[in-house]
Design a protein around this ligand. Sequence first.
Ligand SMILES: NC(=O)C1=CN([C@@H]2O[C@H](COP(=O)(O)OP(=O)(O)OC[C@H]3O[C@@H](n4cnc5c(N)ncnc54)[C@H](OP(=O)(O)O)[C@@H]3O)[C@@H](O)[C@H]2O)C=CC1
Ligand SMILES: O=CCCC(=O)O
Length: 289
Amino acid sequence: MEIGFLGLGIMGKAMSMNLIKKGFKVTVWNRTLSRCDELVEMGASVGETPAAVVKKCKITIAMVSDPAAALSVVFDKDGVLEEISSGKGYMEMSTIDPETSCKISEAITSKGGSFVEAPVSGGYKHAETGQLVIIAAGDKALFDEAILALNVMGKKSFYLGQVGNAARMKLVVNLIMGTMMTTFSEGIGLAERSGLNPSDLLDILDVGAMATPLLKAKGPNMIKSNFPTAFPLKHQQKDMRLALALGDENAVSTPVAAAANEAYKKARSMGLGNLDFSAVLEVVKPYKD
Ligand SMILES: NC(=O)C1=CN([C@@H]2O[C@H](COP(=O)(O)OP(=O)(O)OC[C@H]3O[C@@H](n4cnc5c(N)ncnc54)[C@H](OP(=O)(O)O)[C@@H]3O)[C@@H](O)[C@H]2O)C=CC1
Ligand SMILES: O=CCCC(=O)O
């Protein structure tokens, strides 16, 4: 089956490379077209526009930065809507809000296409090795049709029913992750400031009830003030913003997440948005006198 892939950022590049390695025929598009070159060397074809990709492929996946990008790829000139039709499927894997996902779903289905939202947990290393956690909702027949590709990209796929459910679940997951990262940062800062070795803190956490792959992966770099970008901080702040809006709509009090969001906003204002989201440490940790 030929798969279309729109968006070759950190995640899209790793996911589409993995599909190619596992034998899928893949046609790619990226707004900055030169980013397709590496994929072409691996055997991908290029579509000049999102519409051209959809015309060629039975199923097209999008993995772009945020709601504005997701809408642009679908609704703008030469976008997905120009070629989507009966028998074709569209899978939105970007992390976006449920309203945007529903808007895209309605537009796709009004032209006869089928739609699944399928945001993911896990970073580019999980994407490279097919170890993502896929949170899906929408057209069950498309989900089933795409299961071979989903099984290549992820170690487990959850199907949550109607469109919006997966987008909401992903925001809840990232609200928790974003808040955890600010708490880790406060702990690292406090350990340092009070004369402890932060490396000892990581070792102690790692063998106790708070052990987490997140801190195991990020902690050693954090305590050296290294923040190599895996999940850009600007995207984590986008997810906090969208998750807090979900809390507003549902009248759920989220003061801890709201405080964490302030830290990510501050980090963005300090020019840290393109670093890994663990760079929130730079905002949260107390400074030396
Ligand atoms: N990085 C991670 O660990 C994870 C990220 N995610 C989510 O996956 C999505 C992609 O993340 P990631 O790959 O890290 O992001 P990147 O910032 O690395 O890539 C963003 C991609 O979106 C494209 N893009 C941005 N704006 C537009 C636009 N207006 N029109 C068309 N394309 C656009 C970029 O194109 P161009 O190259 O031209 O700029 C690029 O391909 C996000 O929603 C993120 O929240 C989910 C799980 C993990
Ligand atoms: O949305 C990003 C998730 C990043 C991760 O799970 O490591």
